[in-house]
Design a protein around this ligand. Structure first.
Ligand code: PLP
Length: 392
């Protein structure tokens, strides 16, 4: 069944499954226990950390294994709330994942949060951000300086890419902390640069690793960062027994993506764009969210010409295509997507948005079949709308 919801989660990749099974059989002991078998697990854990550090380009001791991006982000905002100067402010991109938006709102009062300006395609405007960083303390509102910035690498709903390298460099220049949510970028595009960017959060299940596993990259200055209290695991940064089999599987999945998959990005972009060209011919009323700016090769967010998105999702599901209305974490919440609202979409339009997200196992033919299924679904929905009118 063609699965087009990889931004919600991906299937476990065969190499991750193999790594998990091997580790669960051979290295299941607690790495903190005091005998030789446990020391061997500790050595394997260190090797996994070293391998991940090489993929990201940072020293191994800057990596903290955890349960994923939601945990990493909450821990980071709690740390910032404790350690950033009390009068300073945190600048946040309004199209962040709910784990960033909600953590920011929970740990900081409204007067300490600044919502960054974005353009109509959802890209953070770096000019106003630089001005904020340069003169936050001298603004007419006499608000405090910007001491930290959170801007994701790639958006989970629209696939829109942010200029995160440039933003990280601006933050470095102005001595502000930078957080980049790399959950949707890693495994799809090259990982290089994240190791030196600042605070980076990531999640294994978005790139073929197991769910409930992820990591946080610490910047050079992260004194006092403790995400959980208890034992001294993860150099004291995060207490709790490390899940070595899950970590081994995560690192195997990312290593495979980096060495054998991300180089196919251009070909996959071509497939996505061929799908969009086909769709525009057969369904001229469709609009692409974030059109005209760089987006992930796997993600297409569409404003459909008619009917609410959940009706499309149900009908496509019956045809064998699994697609989504937006972020899986936001499913079930009241109201339209905050991402689309921040991009200026009216609520009625946002309710017609479908998110299609492919994976490395998606074929060019899967995209073609999806386009045909969308056309057939539109005809069905149109027919049911006109029969509703006749009956009324
Ligand atoms: N950030 C982004 C951009 C995401 O897409 C997701 C998952 O949907 C998360 C964070 C949360 O990740 P996790 O499932 O590891 O908590």
């Amino acid at each position: 069944m063609p699965y087009f919801d990889h931004n919600a989660t991906t299937p476990l990749s065969p190499c991750a499954r193999e790594a998990w099974l091997r580790a669960a059989d051979e290295a299941w002991q607690n790495p903190s226990s005091p005998y030789r078998d446990a020391a061997r697990v500790r050595a394997r854990l260190d090797q996994a950390r070293e391998q991940l550090a090489q993929l990201l380009g940072c020293p191994a001791e800057r990596l903290v294994f955890n349960s994923g991006a939601t945990e990493g982000t909450n821990a980071l905002f709690a740390h910032w709330a404790r350690t950033l100067p009390s009068g300073s402010r945190v600048a946040v991109n309004p199209t962040e994942h709910p784990c960033v938006i909600e953590a920011a709102r929970h740990y900081f009062p409204p007067e300490r949060l600044v919502w960054l300006e974005i353009d109509g395609r959802g890209v953070v405007k770096t000019g106003p951000l630089e001005a904020l960083l340069a003169d936050g303390s001298t603004s007419s509102l006499q608000a405090g300086p910007i001491s930290a910035v959170s801007v994701m690498a790639a958006n989970n709903e629209t696939g829109v890419l942010q200029p995160w390298r440039e933003i990280a460099a601006l933050c470095r220049r102005h001595r502000a902390a930078y957080h980049g949510d790399a959950a949707q970028w890693l495994g799809k595009l090259p990982a290089s640069g994240f190791g030196e960017a600042g605070w980076i959060t990531a999640s294994a299940h978005k790139f073929g690793g197991p769910k409930g596993t992820g990591f946080l990259v610490l910047p050079a200055q992260a004194e006092g960062f403790r995400s959980q209290r208890g034992g001294e695991q993860e150099r004291g940064h995060r207490a709790g027994t490390e899940d070595y089999p899950a970590i081994a599987a995560m690192v195997a999945a990312l290593a495979e993506a980096e060495t054998a998959k991300v180089l196919h990005e251009t070909e996959r972009l071509r497939w996505r764009d061929a799908f969009l060209a086909q769709l525009r011919t057969v369904l001229p009323g469709v609009r692409v969210v974030g059109d005209g700016t760089e987006r992930l090769w796997n993600t297409v967010s569409l404003v459909m010409p008619l009917a609410e998105n959940h009706r499309w999702v149900a009908r496509l599901d019956k045809r064998g295509f699994q697609v989504s209305t937006g972020s899986a974490c936001a499913t079930g919440r009241e109201g339209p997507s905050h991402v689309l609202a921040a991009m200026g979409f009216a609520p009625a339009e946002a309710k017609r948005v479908l998110r299609l997200s492919a994976g490395w196992e998606t074929t060019e033919d899967d995209w073609r079949q999806l386009a045909l299924a969308l056309v057939e679904t539109e005809a069905e929905l149109r027919a049911s709308a006109s029969s509703d009118v006749v009956q009324a």
